[in-house]
Write a protein that binds this ligand. Structure first.
Ligand SMILES: NC(=O)c1ccc[n+]([C@@H]2O[C@H](COP(=O)([O-])OP(=O)(O)OC[C@H]3O[C@@H](n4cnc5c(N)ncnc54)[C@H](OP(=O)(O)O)[C@@H]3O)[C@@H](O)[C@H]2O)c1
Length: 339
């Protein structure tokens, strides 16, 4: 009885006294989303928010003013956990500094992700595809948050890989389109409104996008060593959202393909199984992945068509990072997240 009372007191204490967390790269698209989530989080509060060029400016995020400081002026040790929403290449150094200051880290960049991490890096960071990596995330000091395209693709594909249902003698063909926030808010000529509006095009063609590294690593770790991925990203003339369409070669026909996800994701608050192909309007501004599968007709070998939609800035970035942070800090995983 006493233990129960003590536990209740600890919970009430942790809810009243919020846990301080910091955001590096808070003026970027992902960082702003993190600050907005933190403004409405019942268990966490913003300790500092950094920017590079935008240092010293103030933005209204989640209904609250946030003033960005230079990274060197951030008191890393004041935060129990730090989100790094810095560009890849710049993030790893700050993750190391944050660890030296004694804080935990969720890194949103690709610097620590499997397949992408430099061999010189000695930081051990599980790949935080939350629904499929809870055990590893819970006890971690540092988590590598997955890329946005990789999140959309892997949440759809990995349950089939885990069950040995993907044929390794044919390719998994992935076409995915992202809104322009996927490229960050650093000004680029090709992302000007007049260049993007009313247009639709592929980019990074030739199976070379950097998210392929983490996708291959995750597929291999799930038992799919040797499965070929063929990925072409596209730029959507809209601000946010990713829709991935995936042709998945099967080892045998499946009478009820959605049953694989029903089994894998039973009870998951942030995975939605749809009864028709998902649209971006179903997922934008929400921390969910919405999935649909159908068998391809009139083909000689069994093939599934998978559809996966996410908001690149929430389930593909800040929302998934918050799921991971909540787990690392012993809070309820969905706390502070829009479902
Ligand atoms: N956008 C997405 O959909 C998405 C999804 C998943 C993961 N990610 C990853 O999350 C990270 C942030 O992405 P983003 O789209 O938010 O990028 P972004 O909009 O370009 O923001 C980058 C942030 O980092 C700061 N910054 C840039 N260079 C810096 C440096 N050398 N030192 C310190 N701070 C620096 C920027 O400050 P200033 O604004 O002052 O320049 C800004 O706050 C990236 O690693 C990206 O790959 C992004």
């Amino acid at each position: 009885m006493q233990t129960l009372t003590q536990n209740r007191c600890m919970i009430i204490h942790s809810l009243v006294k919020k846990i301080p967390v910091g955001v590096l790269g808070a003026s970027g698209y992902a960082g702003r989303e993190l600050c907005a989530l933190l403004a409405n989080h019942p268990g966490l509060e913003l300790a500092f928010a950094t920017a590079n060029d935008q240092r010293g400016t103030t933005a209204r995020l989640g209904g609250r003013p946030v003033t960005f400081v230079a990274p060197d002026d951030a008191r890393l040790e004041s935060a129990e956990l730090v989100f790094s929403a810095l560009p890849h290449g710049a993030s790893a150094t700050w993750v190391a500094r944050t660890r030296t200051a004694g804080s935990r880290v969720v890194d949103l960049s690709s610097d620590l992700r499997p397949g992408a991490a430099s061999p010189d890096l000695t930081i051990d960071a599980p790949y935080g595809l939350t629904e499929l990596a809870r055990g590893a995330v819970q006890g971690a000091e540092v988590v590598a948050n997955p890329g946005c395209y990789a999140t959309a693709v892997l949440l759809a594909v990995l349950p089939f890989v885990r069950r040995g249902l993907v044929a390794s003698d044919r390719q998994v063909v992935i076409n995915a389109a992202s809104g322009v926030t996927g490229a960050g808010n650093n000004p680029k000529r090709e992302l000007l409104f007049a260049e993007v509006a009313g247009d639709f095009r592929a980019y990074g063609v030739g199976n070379v996008h950097r998210h392929l590294l983490e996708m291959r690593a995750a597929v291999g770790a799930a038992g799919g060593e040797g499965i070929d991925l063929l990925f072409t990203p596209h730029l959507l003339p809209t601000a946010r959202g990713i829709l991935a369409t995936i042709a998945l070669p099967l080892t045998r026909p499946l009478a009820d393909p959605m049953s694989v996800w029903r089994e894998e994701y039973a009870g998951e608050p942030f995975i939605e199984l749809a009864d028709e192909p998902p649209a971006l309007r179903d997922v934008n501004h929400r921390n969910v992945a919405r999935l649909f599968a159908v068998a391809a007709q009139d083909v000689t070998q069994p093939t599934l068509l998978l559809f996966s939609a996410i908001d690149n800035l929430l389930k593909g970035a800040a929302g998934q990072a918050m799921q991971n942070a909540n787990l690392m800090l012993g809070l309820d995983e969905p706390m502070g997240l829009p479902s």
